[in-house]
Write a protein that binds this ligand. Structure first.
Ligand code: GSH
Length: 229
């Protein structure tokens, strides 16, 4: 049977998220490149897969999905059992499952809104979006860093009690932090994490995972104006 297909560019955060979970479960997949600089994601062929004209698109036979976190859950439900990975906590009790769900929401509702403006201002707008080049908006960056410090303080307290956010085993909630944090760590503000030793150690544990390393090698750590990624 043909492998599942991921449509997008592997350097993009939400494409990387989907690839990460495919790599974690060891599933076979095909990455179908989309030239976003040329606006290929806005053309009808891609819009049939993702009506919001965003990446990734995802196809498994007749099933077409968009929204990277939902795709990632599908991947874990389809292949996680064979891989012996219960990252969603579905084989545990409803209490453990609820804790994974809670920290998964924290990533999407608290962490992502705090960290992403810094990544947008420092990397995505100046270097990746075609026609970029704008310098970072200082007040957006400062406000986001303040918000991020608030979130990281809560993570620090949590990680004093357990190795990972949802307990002593790694979960979906932890791994969802990879794509944006990876790029944040290439900004001049990476040292914010040094203020939170438990968070820093947790991040290093996540980065040491072979699947994470395989996906992150497609994500640049240096950015230049006019470079083709
Ligand atoms: N919530 C969506 C966000 C998708 C998204 O914004 N993808 C970005 C790449 S990481 C994109 O397609 N950007 C191109 C554009 O907005 O034109 C998801 O998680 O899949």
């Amino acid at each position: 049977m043909s492998p599942v297909k991921v449509f997008g560019h592997p350097m993009l955060t939400n494409v990387a998220r989907v690839m990460l979970f495919l790599e974690e479960v060891g599933a076979e997949y095909e990455l179908v490149p989309i030239d976003f600089v040329a606006g290929e994601h806005k053309r009808s062929q891609h819009v049939q897969l993702n009506p919001f004209a965003k990446m990734p698109g995802f196809q498994d036979g007749d099933l077409v999905l968009f929204e990277s976190r939902a795709i990632a859950k599908y991947i874990l439900r389809k292949y996680g059992g064979t891989a012996g990975l219960d990252l969603l906590g579905e084989n545990s009790g409803i209490e453990e499952l609820a804790v994974v769900d809670m920290w998964t929401e924290v990533e999407a509702q608290q962490y992502y809104p705090a960290i992403s403006p810094v990544v947008f201002e420092c990397i995505i707008i100046p270097f990746i979006i075609p026609g970029g080049g704008a310098t970072p908006n200082r007040s957006v960056v400062d406000e986001s860093l303040e918000r991020l410090r608030g979130v990281l303080g809560i993570y620090e307290a949590r990680l004093e009690k357990s190795s990972y956010l949802a307990g002593d085993s790694i979960s979906f909630a932890d791994l969802n932090h990879i794509p944006f944090t990876f790029y944040f760590m290439t900004t001049p503000y990476a040292k914010v994490f040094d203020e939170y030793p438990k968070v820093k150690a947790w991040w290093e544990m996540l980065m040491a995972r072979p699947a994470v390393q395989r996906v992150c090698k497609h994500m640049p750590t240096e950015f230049k104006l006019g470079a083709q990624y």
